[in-house]
Write a protein that binds this ligand. Sequence first.
Ligand code: ZN
Length: 340
Amino acid sequence: MKAVRFHEFGGPSVLQIDDIDEPTCKPNEVKIKIIASGINHLDIWVRKGLPWINFPWILGSDGSGIIHEIGSNVSKWIVGDEVVVHPGYSCGNCKYCNNKNENYCSNYGIMGESCHGLQQEYICVNPKQIIRKPSCLTFYEASSMPLVFMTSWQMLVERAKLKKDEWVLIYGGTSGVGAAAIQISRYIQANIITTVGSEEKINFTKSLGADFVINHSNPRWINEVKSINRKFDVIFEHVGKATWEKSISLLGKGGRIVTCGATSGYEVNLDLRHLFFKQQSILGSTMSNFNNFNLVMHKIKNGIFKPFIDSVFSIEDVAIAHQKIENREHIGKVVLSFDK
Ligand code: ZN
């Protein structure tokens, strides 16, 4: 079977399609024929180099497909069921897992980052990790949503507790997590300002529900933000060093900065006097537990959150797909197809 792998770290050219053995389905697993796999920025981080990666490595954290085989101990599913895979997994037997906070588990991992990923024709997983594919979505759409929506839901709802009528600043409104965050904030009925990197991305973020869109390629973008709102209740961070000081300066009393990443650098300064006097909170966040994944997928099934696909590439063109993302030429999610 085919798999998207790399044998060394580097640019998109290190990606190749390898012919590897099909996995064997164990009694407690289901075997899925993967149809589509959404690419996340995480794929690019992994490809560029993470210390624990062993070569050759299979990429991919998001995927959808059809159940191909059922392990002898699995009863809930049947061959032919259309499913979406949860990118996270945990030990299932620690205090966090027992309290349904799987994403706090010491053994929590993300497929494609902490173990081989979903960009292979067949994969065997624990049935806890699958959910029925919403029938309103294509396989491409269904594989583009789990990671970014569960991450953004955890950040805004579980951690920052964003409320109706509050002001939220979302960096990178056309990024996967940014576009999901706009839809979730619209659902909560918050006031949304988002930033984008070019004029042609403005209409897209408005169509998702942003109230105001600022082009951050303008060096005076922060003044534009301040002309609309000076003190935010929640700042949705995934940029890190490049935006940190501005984020702090825009955070109001009782404000919460919630962060899931640090693409521009992870060491930042903090004036503790502002933090305690203004009673602000800095919140870290990663992925979500299984309950919130199911809850988000339920809202997707009911059409509350919508897919936003830029393009679909056949797996043979995976390097072109990665290059497009790195060049920031995409507006929405880029998806790999295994049946194209
Ligand atoms: Zn655990």
